[in-house]
Design a protein around this ligand. Structure first.
Ligand SMILES: *Cc1c(COP(=O)(O)O)cnc(C)c1O
Length: 222
């Protein structure tokens, strides 16, 4: 794992430099779904503090097992209504909010005594019918609501674009998410600071387009 992570860090640094960006403005999440508690501890020993999971049941066990490490946990999987209570309880961030109902329920279930839940709104960039997520138009019209809901700290946007055949096509998709974030900030007077975009297959293009959070599984754990 160590060599792979050194190679990865170098690749991130190079992509950041090519985009005239600072490496420290890009947070890397270790996507640990399907990985063991030992693998999480190894990644921790190599410097990772932010971990992401996609399935609640699997995540609950792991979060409990390593609670002494004080990790920051991010939920990135599909969300059903009946899981929102526990997700709001166990996670610091939720990236995969693709329906208004889910946003409402997460806000409702986040305990008032806790800090607000950090969230990203998922955008269905390529209008794929099988995929969750808001259209850019929906995000613009719901923006005042997202920004003013108690117990929610709306940080930005997330997307999982359809696979593309070239890095340039990947970049074009990510750029549309970046432009939407800029538009929200300018037209709605917001201060969104997060673009959760880029996985192992396309993180270079995502960095070029302004990603602030990469979600990496394979590239870290293989
Ligand atoms: C699994 C997953 C990732 C990580 O994908 P890799 O290809 O392993 O880097 C990122 N984002 C989401 C939403 C995922 O489900």
């Amino acid at each position: 794992m160590k060599t792979r992570i050194e190679t990865l860090k170098q690749a991130i640094l190079t992509a950041a430099q090519e985009a005239a960006r600072k490496e420290e403005d890009i947070l890397v999440l270790a996507v640990s779904k399907g990985k063991s508690i030992d693998q999480i501890k190894q990644a921790y020993a190599l410097g990772f503090r932010d971990f992401a999971e996609s399935y609640l049941q699997e995540a609950e066990k792991k979060i409990k097992a390593v609670q002494d490490l004080n990790l920051c946990w991010h939920f990135i999987g599909p969300i059903q209504s009946n899981k929102t209570k526990k997700i709001a309880e166990h996670f610091d961030w939720v990236h995969s909010i693709g329906r208004k109902k889910i946003f409402e329920l997460l806000a409702y279930h986040r305990a008032p005594a806790r800090p607000p839940l950090n969230v990203c709104i998922e955008v269905n960039l390529d209008n794929e019918p099988q995929k969750e997520g808001f259209s850019p138009e929906e995000v613009l019209s719901l923006a005042p609501y997202f920004a003013s809901t108690a117990q929610i700290n709306w940080r930005g946007l997330m997307a999982i674009p359809a696979p593309k055949e070239s890095e340039d096509k990947q970049y074009q998709s990510f750029l549309r998410l970046e432009q939407l974030l800029t538009k929200l900030n300018e037209e709605k007077g917001l201060h969104l600071d997060t673009l959760s975009m880029g996985m192992s297959r396309d993180f270079r293009a995502a960095i070029r387009a302004g990603s602030t959070i990469l979600r990496l599984g394979q590239a870290i754990f293989s």
